[in-house]
Ligand binder design. Structure first.
Ligand code: AMP
Ligand code: ZN
Length: 449
């Protein structure tokens, strides 16, 4: 398998530390609001990664975190904590907000047919471990305290700028003129924030005699260390994570543990919607339910996502979603035909070709064009379902008995030239989303939608 590694800026052959346990970490959502369709795109691509690893004989072990504290409105350690903001908006406690949106996210994750992570870790369950990590960084001289928190001194980590190819001099020059924080360097970041007297921050833990809460990045460094160990195989996220979040995770982890944090870093690109960036003010932060209300299933959306490459820029439109929906229906019906025509023998070469496309940096669009241009058996469609989890074959094998009976009864009626009855049955089948087509190979049932 070849994967584009943000760390080396190269397409590299993937070599795990231990093929029996490929350690993978995915930065999860901040659970303070409904995720929009842009947020789900990354998890869809990482599911393809997991499924492809399995097809290549590896055994992945994946951790996903849920950020339920410490993610401030701005990545620069400023602004309100997103969870506190959600609680105020909905007149709920922060804990209720975290619980509600975590469950909501995981329900939708299931609707997209995504492989459940082996471990789901909530940031607030790791506060003691965060503090131990901060203590260790402090002992090694990497931290300093200001009036509002404990900061990581990035000038002490000589390779800090390497991961994102940051131009720190340029950053310094571009910093706001009123930049008045007590930070020693523009790129320094908060490991821990102190809560000011009178400040409204419900999630709080005592440290160094004051109440405070963790900075955003530390949860990932901590959880990775706790659940996967010092060096992991693959770390995934969105491109927005490269310059701040992942750069800071690397600094924390590598300075605390003196080990390379991760061998392969994968980042997916952002989608735009109707050629605009996804934003509340533009009113285009569609949820999966918004698509469902317009007649598209979560798996139609997944089809649209996988039609593009994870590193490509993608523009979402309802026209394109309709095209993806039709393509998925077409695939389902091809699978249904193969099943009925007893075209069931596995085509090993073709399956190999499809997997090879995916193995070339998760090239799902290329794999999809191979699928479109070849005759596939039902076994091949099952293979495609294992790889892309688009739920094409499950219903076909489980066609309800009464639907099968209706199909036979329709045949019987037509044989007896009882067209009134056969039309009646046709309508009844349509109510069950089935139509019957007469083909040279005999009648074949197909899905209507
Ligand atoms: P958040 O819950 O805000 O931490 O967001 C989770 C992740 O969703 C972000 O860090 C991005 O990696 C991803 N994301 C946000 N917007 C988009 C988008 N428009 N397209 C693709 N991914 C996105
Ligand atoms: Zn993270």
């Amino acid at each position: 398998m070849k994967l584009y590694n943000t760390l080396t800026k190269k397409l590299e052959t993937f070599k795990p530390i231990n093929p029996e346990e490929v350690k993978i970490y995915t930065c999860g959502p901040t659970v303070y609001d409904y995720p929009h369709i842009g947020n789900y795109t990354s998890y869809i691509y990482w599911d393809l990664l997991i499924r492809a690893l399995k097809k290549n004989g590896f055994t992945p072990k994946r951790v996903l975190n849920l950020t339920d504290v410490g993610h401030l409105a701005s990545d620069a350690d400023e602004g309100e904590d997103k969870l506190e903001k959600g609680a105020k908006r909905e007149h709920k406690t922060v804990w209720e907000i975290a619980e509600y949106y975590s469950n909501y996210f995981l329900e939708n994750y299931n609707k997209l047919n995504l492989t459940p992570p082996d471990i789901i870790a909530r940031a607030t369950d790791y506060i003691d471990e965060d503090l131990a990590l901060i203590d260790s960084l402090t002992e090694k001289g990497y931290t300093y305290e200001t009036s509002d928190g404990i900061y990581f001194d990035t000038s002490k980590f000589p390779t800090y700028a390497d991961f994102a190819r940051l131009d720190l001099d340029h950053l310094k020059a571009g910093a706001r003129v009123d930049f008045s924080s007590e930070k020693r360097n523009i790129s320094d970041f908060a490991l821990w924030k102190f809560i000011k007297d009178g400040e409204d921050h419900a999630m709080r833990w005592s440290y160094r005699g004051r109440d405070g809460y963790p900075g955003w990045h530390i949860e990932c460094a901590t959880i990775i260390h706790e659940k996967l160990g010092e060096t992991i195989d693959i770390h995934t996220g969105g491109i927005d994570h490269i310059p701040v979040h992942h750069t800071n995770e690397i600094a924390e982890s590598e300075c605390a543990f003196d080990k390379k944090m991760c061998n392969f870093w994968l980042h997916c690109n952002f989608i735009t919607i109707d050629n605009e960036k996804v934003s509340k003010s533009l009113g285009n932060t569609y949820k999966l339910e918004d698509l469902e209300e317009k007649g598209y299933t979560p798996l139609d959306f997944k089809m649209w996502v996988l039609q593009g490459h994870f590193q490509g820029t993608r523009n979402f439109s309802f026209d394109d979603l309709s095209a993806a929906k039709s393509r998925r229906l077409n695939w389902k019906n091809k699978a249904a035909s193969a099943y009925q025509l007893k075209n069931i023998d596995k085509n090993a070469d073709l399956q190999e070709k499809i997997l090879e496309a995916v193995n070339e940096n998760l090239n799902s669009p290329e794999a999809f064009s191979i699928i479109d241009t070849n005759e596939l058996s039902f076994e091949d469609w099952k293979f495609i379902d294992e790889l892309f989890a688009l739920d094409l074959t499950r219903e076909i094998e489980n066609l309800p008995d009464y639907v099968s009976r209706l199909i036979s009864e329709r045949e019987e009626a037509r044989r007896h030239k009882n067209y009134a009855l056969s039309d009646e049955i046709r309508d009844e089948l349509a109510e069950n989303n089935i139509t019957v087509k007469d083909t040279p190979d005999g009648p074949i049932w197909q899905y209507l939608k």
